[in-house]
Ligand binder design. Structure first.
Ligand code: DP6
Length: 415
């Protein structure tokens, strides 16, 4: 059985000695936020964090890695454009995977062919969503890179989250599906700063996710430099890491296991708010939320207040887009509420993309009680999704992003 699996997992190896593997990896959205590093080189966090992995049918990165003895140098193309392979974080990931692969080979455990680890690689990666729009593209990007390299070079999965973490902290959580925690760890070398699954994607099937895209523009302050300034200047960040997060992690795991939506939603909103409070406590302050984000926050609170319970929760990362968690039963009405208070362009592209949302009627009483002025075109579109699985290998060679010449196919450029 083991030998059969090994054979199936072998990357394709054609006559020219080109080995090719393609994989996909998901985006994750934190409900307990990671903000601040204790070691910037190894990317070790100041606090633990916890996220929900989103379904790849709606949001994913696809990466093809090819290696060949004929390649002259390592090269990378991101969303159709060649980028600098000497990016230090990319180099950390490549070096770490090659190191683990050699180690395995020396112990006789490897499944990949003996010489490939010394060959140069070509990497081609595309996202099916806008990069740097606050949708955590670095998380799915580095998770996908590391996972694909591991398939090519035969590296065991337990080691991968430590490698992906060195590409981008939040990337370590995208190596698992469902509900995932990243434990901060205590060791100086970071060996115990790893991601682990709390529950799988099928544990809470009623949980649904909406991404309210208010702006697809590039964010102003990147998370890496933003959190650096926060660590340097915010006293609130230290209090959060020492006092708040340890108990919130325990509580979050408990409420997920109990599928207690009101408690999950309240804790998610409070943690998002505390993260943005730290951004304001940073000097000079960082503003990720805009007017539209503030309106969405008010709408969610007014909606919950109308029902006297938390039916919908928001969370915001380093950008103005809102991510909404809710239960399937409340989804149609809440989407209708969003449509009413943020009327979309009439003839524009579809407003709700992704998983189908049934239509619903709104009572006059609910609209009156929410009592907000509608903001036409305030939200560009909604992506409707749910929790999903971790990285996957793409078996069909037609889906490789690199051609037989080891260069990006046209489809990977125009993506
Ligand atoms: C607000 O993982 O992008 O999304 O480790 O510097 O690459 P680096 O930062 P990154 O930070 C993500 C911050 C966040 C919260 C979170 O995802 O936990």
């Amino acid at each position: 059985m083991t030998d059969f699996c090994k054979l199936v997992n072998m990357p394709e190896n054609d006559k020219q000695g080109l080995s090719v593997v393609t994989c996909t990896a998901p985006v994750n959205i934190a409900v307990i936020k990671y903000w601040g590093k204790r070691d910037e080189d190894l990317i070790l966090p100041i606090n633990s964090s916890l996220s929900v992995t989103l379904h790849q049918d709606q949001l994913k990165t696809t990466t093809t890695v090819a290696c060949s003895r004929n390649f002259q140098q390592d090269r990378i193309w991101l969303n159709g454009k060649e980028e600098d392979i000497n990016n230090p974080r990319l180099q950390s990931c490549l070096q770490e995977i090659r190191r683990f692969s050699r180690k395995r080979r020396n112990t006789g455990d490897s499944t990949s062919d003996a010489s490939s680890v010394s060959h140069k690689v070509h990497i081609c990666s595309v996202n099916n969503f806008p990069t740097a729009a606050g949708l955590a593209s670095s998380a799915s990007g580095y998770a996908c890179l590391v996972y694909t390299l591991s398939q090519l070079f035969g590296v065991e999965s337990e080691q991968l989250s430590a490698v992906a973490r060195q590409g981008s902290g939040s990337a370590c959580r995208s190596l698992y599906g469902g509900f995932v925690q990243w434990k901060l760890g205590t060791q100086l070398d970071g060996k115990d700063s790893l991601a682990e699954q709390v529950e799988s994607e099928s544990y809470w099937p009623e949980l649904r996710v909406l991404i309210l895209v208010v702006s697809a523009e590039q964010k102003s302050v990147g998370s890496t430099s933003g959190m650096h300034t926060s660590v340097e200047t915010s006293q609130l960040l230290k209090y959060r890491a020492d006092v708040v997060v340890p108990s919130r992690m325990e509580e979050m795991i408990r409420v997920i296991r109990e599928r207690d939506f009101p408690a999950f939603g309240e804790l998610t909103m409070k943690d998002s708010n505390q993260f943005h409070a730290i951004c304001l406590d940073t000097y000079p302050p960082i503003f990720y939320l805009n007017n539209m984000s503030h309106r969405i926050i008010s709408l969610v609170h007014r909606y919950n207040q109308y029902y006297g319970e938390t039916r919908v929760a928001y969370t915001f990362d380093a950008g103005p887009n809102a991510v909404i968690y809710t239960l399937q039963d409340h989804l149609p009405e809440f989407v209708q509420v969003v449509r009413h208070f943020f009327p979309p362009e009439v003839n524009g592209e579809e407003f709700v993309k992704g998983l189908t949302v049934c239509s619903a009627d709104l009572s006059e009483e609910l609209k009156r009680d929410i009592n907000m002025e509608p903001t036409p075109k305030g939200i560009r579109y909604i992506i409707s999704t749910k929790a999903g699985p971790g990285p996957c290998v793409v078996k069909d060679p037609n889906h490789h992003l690199l051609g037989a010449d080891g260069l990006p196919k046209k489809s990977a450029i125009s993506h």
